[in-house]
Structure formats: C-alpha cells, structure tokens
Design a protein around this ligand. Structure first.
Ligand SMILES: [Zn+2]
Ligand SMILES: [Zn+2]
Length: 321
C-alpha cells in the first residue's frame, strides 16, 4: 500500500515577488506556465466592470466624447461646430474663466463656516474644491480617468492615487459613469445637435460690420439685408402665403359655419325660454305689451334708436354734400 502523497506548501508562495513573466523560463520571475498556477489576483472591480467600452478604445470617438463632456461642464448647451480639439480648447477656456467666481464663493462659504456653520457647508466646500481641481486641467483629468480606470481597469481608489488624489475616488467612478451616459445619449441622438446654422458666428460679425446679414455683402440701405436678399425673402414669403392660403380659407369657412350654427341655436333657446316665461323677447326683463312679443319700453327704445339713426344719416348726407 502506497502512502498518500504528502501535501507540499510553498512557504514563500504569498511573499511578494516580482511578477515578471518571461516566455523562456524564470531567470527573473515566473514563466508563463507557472503563471497559470499562481494565485493571480484579479481586481474585483475590473472583473465586474467587464471589458472597456468602445469609446474608450477608439481615439476619434474618445475625442468627440471628451469635447462634448467638457462643453457640458462649461455650460455650453449645443455641441460646437469645430473640430474636437477646437471645442475642447474652447470649453477649457470657459472653465478657467469661471474659476475666480468659484474661488470667491469658496471664500464666502469658508467665512460662513468659521462663523459657526453646519456640516452642509463642509460638503459645499469639498464640492467647490473638486470643481476647482477639475476645471484647472479638465481634459487631463478626464483622460486620466479614461486611461487608468476605464482602459486599464484600475480600481477607483488606485485611479485617484495615480492622478495624485486631485479628485476623490467617488469622483473617478462618477466621471466614468457620466462619460458612459453621455456616450449613450450621443449615440441615441438625444444630445443637443450643433446649431442648425453654421454661419451663426459670421452673421454676428456681418451685423457689426454693417453688411447684409444673409450673404455678407455690402448693402444699399439701412435695412438688415441687401436688396437682392430682401427680394428673395419677399418671394419666399409670397410663395409660402399662397401655399397656405387655400388651407387657411377652408379652415375659416368651416369655423364660420360652425360659429353661425352655434349662435342660431343659442338664440332660439333664449327665445323659447322667454316665450315660456312670458317675458319680452328683446330684453327678457319685462312682460310684453298687448299684441306684441316686446314690452312697451323696448318698442319705444327701438323707435328712438331708429329716429337717431335716421337723424345721423341725414346729417352725414348733408355734410358730405
Ligand atoms: Zn444679401
Ligand atoms: Zn323688453
């Protein structure tokens, strides 16, 4: 009977050793064959997060995403029209421009807190600190997060450390999540498109320089457009008017018919109600006089009205003549 094989433990297995893999043996660490048997520690966060998303591996996609991300941070509502690089620079400029106001606000909050503020103020200060840290080198920090956290699968805390703790580890995962969300929004077409008119900027310049705001050529009058553009605009308006004219007429006719029918219906019910109640058909207040649907006063009023009307007409006729 053979003795069961004794279990052997490598005493130094968990001792820190340089993890250098060499294809041809282990002069300086482990071979690739040995690697299989090692307790290779896979970061849980990386395993959970899976493989990096497409935008993180594709430079042109990443540029677009970064540009839009920074624009949104800088409160630029619509995607810019330039190249991603131009858009990034523009957003960075705006972010840096907002710094003095942030610094001033931080000073105010610190003063409030030293005067005996709550824990809420502490959080507000931290939030401003993060904003200040990010706005200083926003593109750099976002790229750092993409590289370490998203591409290499570092944990959030390791990423923050790699970025010299300029941002907290919760901010790292926050930025990564925001990038993913923004990417999905951009893919779904729900993100705000570039402004429809790429001439928008030139138009402002033309207006300042006193040129036609449509074509940028010198104009003949004080009007906003040159004569040619105004003629073109008038033609366009005319065509549009004609196009919708028939539709509008039809709509108006329909409305008039309905309106007339409604008024007739209301009048007849009013009439019936007054007849049933035995009141003057005209004013609906007093009982009617004999052999007439109207009361005496309404009859007098009608007579006076007719007289006044006649008088007015004769006066107008004499003044015209
Ligand atoms: Zn013009
Ligand atoms: Zn009456």
């Amino acid at each position: 009977m053979s003795t069961p094989p004794t279990l052997n433990y490598d005493q130094y297995q968990f001792q820190t050793r340089p993890l250098i893999f060499k294809a041809d043996g282990h002069a300086n660490g482990f071979s690739f064959e040995e690697r299989r048997d090692l307790h290779v520690h896979i970061r849980k966060s990386f395993a959970r997060r899976g493989s990096p998303p497409s935008w993180a591996m594709n430079t042109s996609a990443l540029k677009l995403l970064l540009a839009r991300f920074l624009e949104l941070r800088a409160n630029i509502r619509f995607a810019g029209n330039g190249t991603p690089e131009e858009r990034i620079l523009r957003a960075q400029k705006l972010l840096k421009k907002a710094r003095p106001a942030l610094i001033e606000r931080r000073r105010e909050i610190v003063a409030l807190k030293s005067a005996g503020g709550s824990a809420k103020l502490e959080r507000a200060i931290k939030e401003i600190d993060t904003q200040l840290a990010v706005s200083k080198d926003a593109a750099l920090i976002v790229c750092g997060v993409v590289h370490y956290y998203v591409r290499c699968g570092y944990r959030a805390s390791d990423t923050a450390a790699a970025l010299k703790n300029v941002i907290s580890c919760s901010k790292v995962s926050h930025i990564a999540g925001a990038l993913q969300n923004l990417w999905e929004r951009m893919q779904s077409g729900k993100d705000r498109k570039p402004k429809a008119n790429p001439l928008g900027d030139s138009r402002a310049r033309w207006r300042r320089e006193g040129k036609c705001v449509s074509c940028g050529r010198a104009k003949e009058t004080e009007k906003r457009h040159c004569n040619a553009c105004r003629e073109r605009g008038k033609d366009y308006e005319k065509k549009r008017h004609q196009k919708h004219r028939a539709k509008r007429l039809l709509r108006m006719k329909k409305y008039a018919r309905r309106h007339k029918a409604e008024r007739a219906r209301r009048e007849s019910t009013k009439r019936e109600r007054r007849l049933a109640a035995g009141l003057c058909l005209r004013c609906g207040k007093r009982p009617p006089s004999q052999n007439s649907p109207r009361c005496q006063e309404c009859k007098n009023g009608a007579r006076d009205d007719a007289r006044a009307e006649r008088l007015k007409r004769s006066q107008a006729g004499s003044s015209a003549a």
